[in-house]
Design a protein around this ligand. Structure first.
Ligand code: NAI
Length: 306
């Protein structure tokens, strides 16, 4: 297979001062892309900040012979994100790739979770994905080219104790992707989600030494680069960690038409519960909300025709 290259592509990677973002930025640079290394440089819970982390990764990229600029804006700050986009355009005149990766944690069991805990986590992950994507969107449309990755999590897809705020934000970015894959299609803008697992400062205190060793951030990056290459898929959730890759999907069972009017009672639904929830009938994922709606009407029509 020929080498997958990113020559002349301009890529913004948010939260690229360390962990997964740094690994994505370095590999894109090794393969020819020009990189905007964004990082607020704060602590794991979102406090503090300095652009040193981004600067250090710029130096690493330059040492590889690549080109990069640092940006210390917070992804949740409208003016800061605008500056990042303006600086990128002033320097290189296009934005081909955007990897929305920045993140923080504010883990607490739900009773102890404060309003600030959810506001901050939503601000960095959800608003912090929305703002850079939104600021780059019309540029990508005008170019008729864009590759975007949002970063979800198994907490968003499946749940995890103490992470209600984080899970809400992480499934939120998947919801955003599901619509943007439709809105971006005619301008060759492709958007996907990565669901990573890696040993970074985000996970260092919840994993054993052995697990941390097997979970290098660099083992996620080859999957992410497949999501931003020229012939990338769109609307896909790629699970990636320790060198293993799989695709996650939201799927439904075939379901059953219970009835309408007087026939549709709470008891009638209860009587069909086993059929409604029969996972053996699981169908392929829908491509849009519209397709999902059409399917409901099709099952009503099929029942009426019987
Ligand atoms: P990390 O803590 O090493 O990296 C996150 C980076 O984001 C840090 O360098 C931080 O300074 C930066 N950042 C935080 N708030 C920011 C803001 N407002 N503006 C700009 N930069 C900001 O953690 P890691 O593991 O590399 O996380 C990367 C992404 O992957 C996050 O979105 C995280 O939620 C996600 N993720 C990580 C998993 C893992 O196993 N490490 C599992 C699932 C998801």
């Amino acid at each position: 297979m020929s080498e997958i290259r990113f020559d002349d592509r301009v890529a913004i990677v948010t939260g690229a001062g360390g962990g997964l973002g740094r690994a994505h930025a370095l590999e894109l640079a090794r393969r020819g892309a020009k990189i905007v290394v964004n990082d607020l440089g704060g602590s794991r819970d979102g406090s503090g900040g300095s652009s040193d982390a981004a600067q250090a990764v710029v130096k690493e990229i330059e040492a590889l012979g690549g080109q990069a600029i640092a940006n210390g804006s917070s992804v949740s700050d409208v003016d800061g994100v605008k500056r990042m986009i303006d600086d990128t355009m002033a320097k290189w005149g296009r934005i081909d790739i955007l990897i929305a990766n920045a993140g923080i944690l504010r883990d607490r069991s739900f009773s102890k979770m404060s309003v600030e805990d959810i506001d901050l986590v939503l601000a960095v992950h959800l608003r912090g994905s929305f703002l850079p994507i939104h600021a780059a969107w019309d540029i990508m449309k005008a170019q008729n080219y864009g590759r975007i990755v949002v970063t979800t999590s198994s907490t968003g897809l499946y749940g995890n104790f103490g992470q209600a705020n984080y899970g809400a934000a992480k499934l939120g970015v998947v919801g955003m992707m599901n619509t943007l894959k439709i809105e971006g299609a005619k301008n060759d803008i492709k958007i996907n989600a990565v669901c990573p697992i890696a040993a970074t400062r985000m996970t260092e205190d919840i994993m054993s030494e052995q697990m941390l060793d097997a979970l290098k951030p660099e083992y996620v990056t080859p999957g992410v680069l497949n999501l931003v290459k020229e012939d990338a898929p769109t609307g896909m959730i790629l699970s990636a960690g320790a060198g293993a890759f799989s695709m996650a999907r939201i799927v439904e069972t075939a379901g059953v038409f219970v009835g309408q009017g007087e026939a549709l009672t709470v008891e009638a639904v209860a009587a069909k519960w086993d059929q409604i929830t029969d996972v053996n009938t699981t169908r392929p994922a829908f491509k849009s909300g519209g397709e999902h709606g059409q399917n409901i009407f099709a099952s009503v029509a099929a029942a009426a025709a019987k």
